[in-house]
Ligand binder design. Structure first.
Ligand code: TRP
Length: 430
């Protein structure tokens, strides 16, 4: 079984609405239950500062969004769920990446270009009101992704360019300093529809047509009653195409229920009755989650604790990884020779270690050996030493988080994955 690492960030700058639930929260929580997937979900609060300079709002939104994900069934035991600003290695890596990122690459970012275009149209200076934060946005996002070497990044289409930039930045770094980063890929969920809002356009904060995910029952009823419909009278057949009401119903109902609603439209159901059915259906889906949400909002400490614990787990990976990057770029102790030999001795004396060698078949191999000399892992043969090296780097990086072995290494007879993980941990902290 190969494990794919998924990572995605949510910018906390507003209150989650039904569109966020259908388009992002629900599919992500479902995906996180797949045993072949290791998920990293985080609140991108450093990103929020770029567009929102109201401290109370950033703070409130972080709580609301984290509580929404937990209420929707995200299991923080299984998913690494954290807050970006709890991981100091992210801004640290941002700087290392900034220094290998061409300014020209950032000049081409859509969000930055759009801000410039708006200024030009309004006859202002092109950089009017454009912060360096907006300009640097793609580098911070690259650091988010690369610090955990994520393979796949589920995002909306508007973010695809940022993932491509993260790949470019990672490739520049690898080219200069060696193969440290996995090149991430965007995972665009084609099947997930965007939800219609109250006015029939896409549900979005910028159109002010949203239904908050955890509105009270009374608010939910009122908002659903305000969804636009056409002026067809009760008894007149109604069109499902272009009906926001039908579209929202479909996003919550089973295929059978949807078929029944489609028939009711054809038979001329009154808009008021259709709205009542929609309200009941959505409320049925949301009310257990709403209860959990209200409970978490009343006990923010629980959310704080969950995020802190996730942050600790995330840092256990980020800390040694960024330490290795610091060394790679030359930020090292000034006495490299002496520290290296001491460490080298310690490795042969008592720490687990990797041994690389070449066999008569001309291929390159490695073993992973415990401090007492017991064989733990044996690799298959590789054509190039670099391939063996990359796999070793991968194992070192995964360390504590390793949940399965890559296909190209095998555990020695009678050695459990758990002992290998322990030895990798000992190696990382030694
Ligand atoms: N920029 C993303 C958005 O606005 C949020 C985000 C920040 C993100 N860092 C990320 C998404 C890393 C994926 C991976 O939607």
């Amino acid at each position: 079984m190969t494990i794919t690492r998924f990572l995605t960030g949510i910018t906390p700058s507003g209150t989650p609405h039904l569109g966020n639930f259908v388009g992002s929260i629900r599919p992500s929580v479902a995906a996180s239950r797949n045993p072949e997937v290791q998920s990293f979900y985080f609140l991108a609060d450093y990103h929020a500062l770029i567009k929102c300079q109201e401290p109370a709002r950033v703070n409130r939104s972080t709580l609301e969004i984290a509580a929404s994900w937990l209420a929707a069934g995200l299991d923080p035991e299984h998913v690494t769920f954290y807050r970006q600003s709890d991981i100091p290695e992210i801004p640290e890596l941002t700087w290392l990446l900034t220094c290998v990122t061409g300014k020209g690459l950032l000049n081409r970012a859509h969000a930055y270009k759009a801000a410039q275009d708006r200024n030009r149209e309004a006859g202002h200076d092109t950089d009017d009101g454009v912060s360096a934060g907006l300009f640097m946005y793609p580098v911070l996002m690259a650091a988010d992704i690369l610090v955990f070497n994520a393979h796949k990044v589920p995002v909306g289409r508007d973010q695809v360019q940022h993932i491509e930039m993260a790949r470019d930045i990672a490739a520049s770094f690898n080219h200069l300093y060696g193969e440290h980063f996995t090149l991430p890929e965007a995972a665009i969920e084609e099947k997930v529809a965007t939800l219609a809002g109250l006015d029939g356009r896409k549900m979005s904060k910028s159109y002010d047509n949203t239904i908050p995910l955890f509105a009270t029952r009374a608010e939910l009823r009122k908002l659903i009653a305000s969804i636009v419909t056409d002026s067809r009278a009760p008894g007149e057949p109604k069109e499902v195409e272009g009906s926001a009401l039908f579209q929202i119903y479909q996003a919550f109902a089973t295929p059978e229920e949807t078929a029944t609603m489609r028939a009711a439209y054809a038979q001329g159901i009154a808009w008021g009755d259709a709205k009542q059915l929609l309200f009941e259906r959505v409320d049925k889906e949301l009310s257990p989650m709403r209860e959990r949400y209200d409970d978490l909002m009343a006990h923010p400490q629980r959310v704080e604790t969950a995020l802190r614990q996730g942050g600790e787990r995330a840092r256990a990976l980020a800390r040694p990884f960024v330490q290795g990057l610091r060394e790679a770029v030359g930020l090292r102790p000034l006495t490299p020779a002496s520290t290296a030999t001491q460490k080298g001795k310690a490795a042969t004396a008592g720490l687990p270690h990797f041994k690389q060698y070449r066999e008569k078949d001309g291929k390159f191999y490695f073993k992973f050996v415990a401090g007492d000399g017991t064989l733990l892992l044996q690799s298959t043969g590789f054509d190039a030493p670099r391939d063996a090296g990359q796999l070793i780097a991968h194992l070192q990086r995964e360390g504590a988080a390793l949940t399965a072995l890559p296909a190209t290494v095998t555990a020695a007879d009678g050695v459990a994955l758990d002992s290998i993980v322990q030895a990798l941990k000992a190696l990382a902290s030694g």
